[in-house]
Design a protein around this ligand. Structure first.
Ligand code: FE
Ligand code: CA
Length: 508
């Protein structure tokens, strides 16, 4: 389903790693100076990133943008970008290098698939002309024989205007092996909104150049750059990468229907250009991003796309209305994932790994109040689709769902409509990196009183650090004292644990 970057003719030139780990005699010979370029200021303003590690390769990313907030600042020409891998941050021992093309058709982004040795910490960087990028750290995923514990940070919802990326500063200090980003990487808002902590660069983006400039604003943040440089990421999207609460080809507001397909295509293109993802560029406004990430014998993670293929929200997408849902919400043909992706989940969720994981956008735990649906944008608004997905996961023993979207820290248990008292798995909802609370603090007690909500905290921003072993899944919720204040303190709200073999969760 997912094409490797190297199969795309213009994305990357892959070079085989020179020698094995004990062959120090002949790194690939390449000229130490690179051809001159027609720009004179540093193009590596957006940092570096890596992502989608497999046991064989990982994607390393950068984008040439000497004038990042104004379209990038490069001429309409291709540049050859050197990449280098080393065992040390000084690059005194370069183990492999190669050249990738930064094309104007891709916003001069580079996605290079590289194959360093397994089980090593790998340093990477890029060079063009006289310029050298910051250094990133990455690694491959261990193979299925490994039961080495893995630490995974989940993050979502990083509205630039709502605060500072202090959560990422703490995340880097905790040195996770992998970051899983669950959506709302950018927000599409304009300037001058009330309560703004940091100002947007433009009015609401609608075309490719405007979305590129919006990603550039976010990626100019040094704390976000440091988090990308620290370890590989696995990224999926939610709604704000295009527009709030859009569904497939249906915009939030019916009045915007005319330009929506073109806007979505521009937004998908800009997302692809800025993310370290293992897939070819969008074609005709379509980009298949759902994919599997395996980590040793511990994790079989299915990364979901709950936006591109979903049916429109039911019942006019009402929010927090405590009245019976309209009949549309329970139509069995409606889907959150689309039938093809639902079938893909059913076919791929079972594996030899200890933990079956869904990396997902919106809240999956059933928090309906009788016949009332509090949020039609979440899985509650697509309950027949949720039932099908959960029924299809029964072959997978230990189901963990990782979720963002709702700007609160929460722990839930997953149940089906036909058996609402039996837990099928555990959901860990990470709070937003910065985005303001969606739910008033006065409603926290009501939320926690719901049968499927184990615990919740609505007032703080942060992220979740998961430690995964062959016997336990432990989720530590890190929260920022006040994300609106630069450099605010980060502490642990609570830590929860699941023991393999039992789909229940306890506070530790
Ligand atoms: Fe959000
Ligand atoms: Ca969202």
């Amino acid at each position: 389903m997912v094409a490797a970057c190297s199969s795309s003719d213009d994305t990357a030139t892959q070079t085989t790693v020179a020698g094995t780990s004990d062959d120090t005699t002949s790194p690939t010979e390449a000229p130490d100076t690179l051809p001159p370029v027609d720009f004179s200021t540093d193009p590596f303003t957006l940092g570096v990133a890596s992502g989608d590690p497999s046991t064989e390769s990982v994607i390393i990313w950068t984008r040439l943008a000497p004038d990042p907030l104004n379209g990038g600042g490069l001429s309409d020409t291709e540049y050859s970008v050197r990449w280098e891998l080393a065992r040390d941050a000084d690059f005194s021992d370069v183990m492999a290098e190669g050249d990738a093309i930064a094309s104007p058709r891709h916003g001069h982004s580079v996605h290079a698939e590289v194959s360093p040795p397994a089980n090593e910490t790998i340093y990477y960087r890029f060079r063009v002309g006289d310029f050298t990028s910051p250094v990133g750290i990455t690694r491959l995923a261990p193979d299925s024989s490994s039961s080495e514990p893995v630490r995974i940070a989940t993050a979502s919802c990083q509205n630039y205007t709502d605060g500072y990326y202090t959560a990422y500063d703490d995340m880097v200090k905790q040195s996770p092996d992998l970051v899983v980003f669950l959506g709302d990487y950018i927000y599409e808002g304009g300037t001058g909104e009330p309560g703004t902590v940091r100002e947007n660069n433009s009015e609401e983006p609608k075309d490719l150049v405007a979305y590129r400039n919006r990603y550039a604003l976010y990626k100019s943040d040094p704390l976000l750059q440091a988090a990308h440089a620290a370890c590989p990421w696995v990224v999926t999207w939610d709604d704000h990468e295009v527009e709030n609460n859009y569904a497939g080809f249906v915009p939030q507001d019916a009045a915007d229907a005319e330009g929506h397909a073109a806007r979505r295509a521009a937004a998908y293109q800009a997302w692809w250009e800025h993310m370290p993802v293992r897939m070819a560029a969008p074609i005709d406004g379509q980009l298949s991003i759902y994919r599997r990430i395996s980590w040793g014998g511990l994790v079989n993670m299915l990364v979901l796309d709950g936006r591109q293929y979903r049916d429109d929200q039911a019942c006019a997408d009402a929010v927090l209305k405590v009245e019976p849902a309209c009949p549309e919400a329970s139509l069995p043909e409606r889907s959150m994932l689309g039938s093809e992706q639902e079938q893909w989940v059913a076919n791929n969720i079972a594996s030899d790994a200890v933990w079956a994981v869904l990396a997902n956008q919106t809240v999956m735990s059933d928090i309906r109040l009788g016949d009332a649906i509090l949020n039609y944008d979440q899985w509650d608004g697509y309950s027949p689709s949720r039932d099908r997905v959960l029924e299809s996961t029964t072959a997978a023993e230990n189901l963990i769902v990782l979720t963002g979207d709702i700007h609160l820290a929460g722990v839930g248990q997953l149940t089906t409509s036909s058996d609402p008292s039996t837990s099928r798995g555990v959901e860990f909802v990470t709070t937003s990196i910065t985005s303001d609370a969606n739910i008033d603090a006065s409603l926290e007690a009501l939320l926690v009183s719901l049968p499927n909500i184990i615990d919740a905290e609505v007032s703080h921003r942060g992220y979740t650090l998961h430690t995964v072993t062959a016997t336990d899944w432990t989720a530590q919720y890190r929260i920022v004292d006040d994300a609106r204040v630069d450099g605010s303190a980060v502490t642990t709200w609570k830590t929860f644990a699941v023991t393999a073999g039992s789909p229940t969760v306890t506070a530790v």
